[in-house]
Design a binder for this molecule. Structure first.
Ligand SMILES: Nc1nc2c(ncn2[C@@H]2O[C@H](COP(=O)(O)OP(=O)(O)OP(=O)(O)O)[C@@H](O)[C@H]2O)c(=O)[nH]1
Ligand SMILES: [Mg+2]
Length: 388
């Protein structure tokens, strides 16, 4: 995205990053824009910086209001195994779905924009629950702040996963494109990127250090260090995952894109034209899973959706037990790839400090009660007894 910025613009960005006061940041970002040439290559970057400016302005406004005692954020505390945000244009049936598969009872309306605030509901699946949140509808220009767009997209950024819901009977491809393009503009990725890079600035003067969980593609580590120096960054931790290019490193300096696992729900399968809509939607969406549903025929919907989210989010359930007792009825929820160490950390930091060994039953135990160490990967359904 970033291409050949003049040195003065890069230095200005270093000032933006160093600034602490939001008003000061806004002023410096405006100066940055003035130094940043206008052409095709800088279009996205300019749009993104402008978005940051409007966001900061809103934050300043909100902080003022908070001081006066009124609150109007969209923040929702997470609950259950994962928080999943239901996104879509208006009238696709998000409230109807919530009524069918969760305990929440939002108002369903024929009129557009019935839902104005996020509404959470719990979707039970086997012995866990997902928090499903209906977000107010996305409109074109949401990423520029239209129709509470910032708040909705912030909800999406903070979630564990996303559902894009469309109405199959009314040009679902266009609806999907609307949502996916607003997400893209807000730097939320709905497909796992080939590479990810994070630049964590540090105060101590310990130079640039790399954490290698992948490789650099078109450049050397030396070039990365030189690039960071142009932005006056001399002390940072650079985490490289997958395949990373120099452009991605520079991009990350303006705010890293975030990946959120995403599912597409095609609703109103009961209406004429939906079959054709589904076929065209699948053609467009390609590698994302598209699930056709109808809220008018809700039988089995809860299980279907729960199962899909379970797979999408890569959830594993682990049951802990005490010596000589039965395993807990309620599982701890971890993500694929989690180890005994992650489990111990989750329970209590003391557990990790004083860890001796663990005993393992279930799918990943070689035999019941196998003795394992901290780096042992866990699987869904494992039973673990921690010894500290
Ligand atoms: N035929 C049919 N109609 C549906 C289905 N799901 C929802 N509807 C109808 O679609 C309209 C909108 O439904 P809502 O659930 O309010 O949609 P929403 O996405 O929450 O919309 P807003 O909150 O207003 O943006 C209502 O008239 C529903 O009865 C479905 O599966 N089939
Ligand atoms: Mg609604």
């Amino acid at each position: 995205m970033v291409t050949n910025l003049p040195m003065r613009a890069k230095l200005k960005w270093a000032e933006v990053v160093a600034a602490r006061d939001p008003r000061e940041k806004i002023r410096l970002m405006q100066e940055f824009l003035a130094l940043c040439p206008k052409h095709k290559g800088t279009e996205k970057l300019r749009a993104q910086v402008k978005r940051r400016i409007s966001q900061l302005r809103e934050e300043v406004e909100r902080a003022k209001k908070r001081r006066r005692g009124s609150r109007r954020g969209f923040f929702l505390e997470k609950s259950g195994a994962a928080q999943v945000i239901l996104l879509g244009p208006t009238n696709v049936g998000r409230s109807s779905l919530l009524r069918v598969v969760t305990n929440a009872k939002p108002t369903v309306g024929e009129h557009p924009h019935t839902t104005r605030r996020p509404i959470p509901g719990m979707l039970p699946y086997q012995d866990i629950q997902f928090q499903l949140v209906e977000a107010p509808a996305l409109v074109p220009g949401a990423a520029e702040g239209k129709g509470d767009g910032y708040q909705v997209l912030t909800l999406a950024r903070n979630a564990d996963g996303l559902i894009i819901m469309v109405d199959l009977s009314r040009d679902p491809v266009e609806q999907y494109r609307l949502v996916s393009s607003e997400l893209e503009k807000a730097r939320i990725l709905i497909r796992r990127p080939r590479g990810e890079v994070e630049v964590l600035r540090r105060r101590t003067g310990s130079g640039i250090q790399f954490i290698w969980e992948g490789t650099l593609r078109d450049c050397t580590a030396r070039q990365v260090v030189d690039l960071l120096r142009e932005y006056r960054i001399t002390s940072a931790l650079v985490r490289v995952r997958g395949e990373v290019t120099l452009e991605m490193v520079e991009d990350a300096l303006y705010g890293s894109p975030l990946y959120r696992p995403t599912l597409v729900l095609g609703n109103k399968m009961d209406l004429p034209g939906a079959e054709e809509g589904l076929r065209r939607l699948r053609e467009t969406v390609q590698d994302l899973e598209v699930i056709p549903i109808s809220c008018k025929e809700p039988k089995g919907l809860e299980g279907l959706l729960g199962e899909a989210l379970f797979r999408l989010l890569g959830i594993i359930r682990v049951y802990t037990k005490e010596v000589g007792e039965a395993p807990s009825k309620v599982p701890l929820v971890l993500r694929e790839g989690a180890t005994v160490e992650d489990l111990a950390k989750m329970i209590h930091s003391d557990f990790l400090k004083n860890f001796k060994y663990a005993r393992l039953w279930g799918p990943s135990a070689k035999f019941p009660g196998e003795r394992v160490g901290l780096n042992r990967p866990l699987k869904d359904g494992d039973i673990v007894e921690l010894h500290a």
